[in-house]
Design a protein around this ligand. Structure first.
Ligand code: GRF
Length: 210
């Protein structure tokens, strides 16, 4: 069983998608929010998950906050730390501390539109595709090795809300798949690329079909 700590700041719909996927080999050992009123936190508590709040506003600086967060997370000895809508930039120290086991979901097709307001920027740019990216986290903001991406069309009549909804749907499909791949040890980081190894049983099945 692989232990997962999930960090959220708000609604928590991606957390919910992961929990509801009931991934074998994955145990969510804690859900941590930097916002006391995060909707997702209440939902997690209702599911019987362990929850914590560490409010960033109560700390003098980012380092202090990150150190406290690290201490709390490390108490669980997780195999994976999942940023599922965690709206705080984490220090380089934090990112390096969890190198190779820190995963983020971002609502754009990176490397386009890192940072905030991704849907507004996608609409303004006139591009025809939007989507989400799930990636390993490095100190470069939204810049780590990409694990998976899902694309959706942008329609002429789209608003930020309709586009966000379409992207979110694909986030909910993709994130549980990536968590499943991670806990099944299928992901290998090679430089800036992530190789997905299919498991031996699947390979054998595929060979039989050929
Ligand atoms: C998602 O769009 C995710 O990509 C971004 O923040 C949003 C979180 O949504 N990082 P939710 O809290 O999971 O509903």
């Amino acid at each position: 069983m692989k232990k997962i700590v999930v960090l959220i700041s708000g609604r928590g719909s991606n957390l919910r998608a992961v929990v509801e996927a009931r991934i074998a080999q994955a145990e969510i050992v804690a859900v941590i929010s930097n916002q006391a009123n995060a909707q997702g936190l209440q939902w997690a508590a209702e599911q019987g998950l362990t929850t914590h709040v560490i409010e960033h506003s109560k700390f003098i600086d980012r380092e202090e906050f990150d150190h406290t967060l690290i201490r709390l997370i490390d108490g669980y000895q997780p195999d994976l730390v999942l940023l599922a809508g965690f709206m705080r930039i984490l220090s380089s120290e934090f990112c390096l501390h969890y190198a190779g086991k820190l995963i983020n979901i971002h609502p754009s097709l990176l490397p386009s539109f890192p940072g905030l307001h991704t849907h507004e920027r996608a609409l303004e740019s006139g591009c025809r595709l939007a989507g989400c990216t799930i990636h390993f986290v490095t100190p470069k903001l939204d810049g780590g090795p990409i694990i998976a991406q899902g694309a959706v069309p942008i329609f002429d009549h789209d608003t930020v809300e309709t586009l966000a909804q379409r992207v979110l749907k694909i986030e909910h499909q993709l994130l549980p798949q990536v968590v499943n791949d991670f806990v099944s040890d299928r992901l290998e980081i090679k430089g800036n690329r992530v190789i997905r190894h299919s498991d031996a049983t699947q390979d054998e099945e595929a060979n039989l079909l050929n």
